[in-house]
Write a protein that binds this ligand. Structure first.
Ligand code: ADP
Length: 458
């Protein structure tokens, strides 16, 4: 039953309200009783003092001027205001006319005391018993006031409290329910929006204007999440269309060669030539598919890196030797500065692939007679490998996109082979090693790729 925020809030409100209101009501009731009875007690005290002052006791003689006290309500029969004076042997020697033939119910005590008793007509009475000690005897004075008015005041107060309590409770409950419903309406609005989102309307966002302050972070996080999902979706779609596009070229080469070759009888050389072209095209396709698989496995972390302690210096030396003939073939000078031993924890094969890709690019996109410089240094627990070239460079507008899959700065640069997947693989390998890559470039002057790998041997 209490599995909704609204009902939990309501329950909390009910408990707090009941405790507060009941506590306050009981406190006020007893406080009021205290004040009302206290004021009666004060009056009784003053009355007994007055009566005592009117008494004159000498030896066996008792005189009084009680007519001074027989005024007002004390003269009206059963008015609720009474007094009586008794000797210590319980013999009543005087009483107020308001008592008529009755007398105040004893006890007449020799100690001063104030107590609540039943009066001559059965009504509640507050009675003060006040012994006055004279040298020869003790006289007991009793004054009493009816509590009927006080009790009726307290009853009215109780009734008011009992009416106000549920009315205030109902009004406040309605307020609580309305405020929670209004606040939660935004949340159900969110949930409606979210449930309407499909891959066709990923651009839907929650309007942040007018949303309650507490719900703003939720709306903002949701919108951010949607932006990321939308980006990922667009990239995925782009990837699919790029991949199909790249695969279409070798497929159509294969198909057209098959069609042309099969049109008529061919000699051995012609068949050989056609089969060579078809083999090249299918090799290109196989390579492309391998690269695509590599990227997606690295990105989804499907491929577990074969991590071991490896010497980056040795890897750089090997790659340098491997790339030297290709550089020479292209008339590029390649230099390796500081190929010293630095142990890191990583996947030998993947890191070799990473450096081959970057150096291959530095040669491919270089100018005749250009240079490629590979250097490494240590900094704050990282090994930083820099591969710089004096090539054609990359303009700023392309710089943040070159790591995207299938992205090539200039697709019409037909003479440079590539599918635009090399740097995506580089990025995926670096990410899998918790490293970072930065690139700086100037068109016409060259580029510099900086790879930072943590030297973490665990
Ligand atoms: P590709 O197969 O086209 O080389 P990459 O992912 O390796 O794909 O590189 C993406 C693009 O970035 C390249 O097409 C090229 O335009 C640009 N690029 C990469 N490295 C360099 C470089 N060292 N100098 C200039 N441009 C580069």
């Amino acid at each position: 039953m209490f599995n909704s925020i609204k009902s939990k809030l309501f329950l909390w409100f009910l408990v707090v309200f009941s405790i507060l209101f009941l506590g306050l009501g009981i406190f006020l009731y007893y406080k009021l009783e205290d004040i009302a009875v206290g004021s009666i007690d004060n009056h009784l005290h003053a009355e007994t003092q007055l009566l005592a002052s009117l008494l004159d006791v000498e030896e066996n003689r008792i005189e009084w001027e009680l007519e001074k006290a027989q005024v007002g309500d004390y003269t009206v029969p059963f008015s609720g205001h009474y007094y009586q004076i008794a000797l210590s042997n319980q013999v009543i020697i005087a009483k107020s006319p308001s008592l008529a033939n009755e007398s105040l119910p004893l006890p007449l005590e020799k100690t001063a005391r104030i107590l609540t008793i039943k009066g001559p007509k059965g009504e509640p009475l507050r009675l003060m018993n006040y012994p006055v000690r004279f040298p020869t005897r003790t006289i007991i004075i009793q004054a009493a006031d009816s509590l009927a008015d006080t009790y009726s005041l307290l009853r009215s107060f109780k009734t008011i409290i009992l009416i106000i309590l549920p009315v205030t409770f109902i009004i406040s409950s309605i307020g609580v329910i309305m405020i929670t419903s209004l606040s939660l309406r935004t949340l159900s609005g969110f949930s409606n929006r979210v449930s309407r989102i499909t891959e066709k309307n990923l651009n839907e966002r929650i309007e942040e204007k007018g949303v309650d302050k507490e719900l703003l972070p939720l709306a903002a996080s949701f919108n951010n999440m949607m932006t990321r999902i939308e980006d990922a979706f667009i990239k995925q779609r782009q990837f699919l269309s790029d991949a199909s596009h790249e695969l279409r070229t070798p497929t159509s080469v294969i198909k057209s060669y098959c069609d042309v070759t099969l049109k008529k009888e061919r000699n051995k050389n012609e068949y050989e030539e056609a089969l060579n072209v078809i083999r090249d095209a299918s090799e290109r396709m196989a390579l492309l598919i391998q690269k695509i698989l590599d990227i997606s496995r690295l990105e989804t972390k499907d491929i577990l890196l074969k991590k071991e302690v490896i010497d980056i210096g040795a890897i750089l030396n090997n790659v340098y030797k491997l790339m030297l003939p290709i550089a020479e073939e292209n008339n590029i000078e390649i230099l390796l500065n500081n190929g010293k031993k630095v142990d890191v924890s990583g996947d030998r094969e993947r890191l070799t692939e990473l450096f081959i890709n970057l150096i291959d690019n530095a040669i491919k996109y270089n100018k005749k007679g250009g240079k490629v410089i590979i250097s490494s240094e240590m900094e704050n627990g990282f090994i930083i490998i820099t591969i710089s070239d004096t090539g054609i460079g990359i303009s700023d507008e392309h710089l943040d996109k070159i790591f995207d899959r299938f992205y090539r700065v200039d697709k019409s640069r037909g003479e440079v082979s590539g599918a635009g997947l090399g740097l995506s693989i580089v990025k995926a390998i670096i990410d899998a090693h918790n490293g970072k890559i930065e690139v700086k470039s100037r068109t016409g002057e060259g580029s510099e790729f900086k790879i930072m790998l943590p030297i973490n041997l665990t």
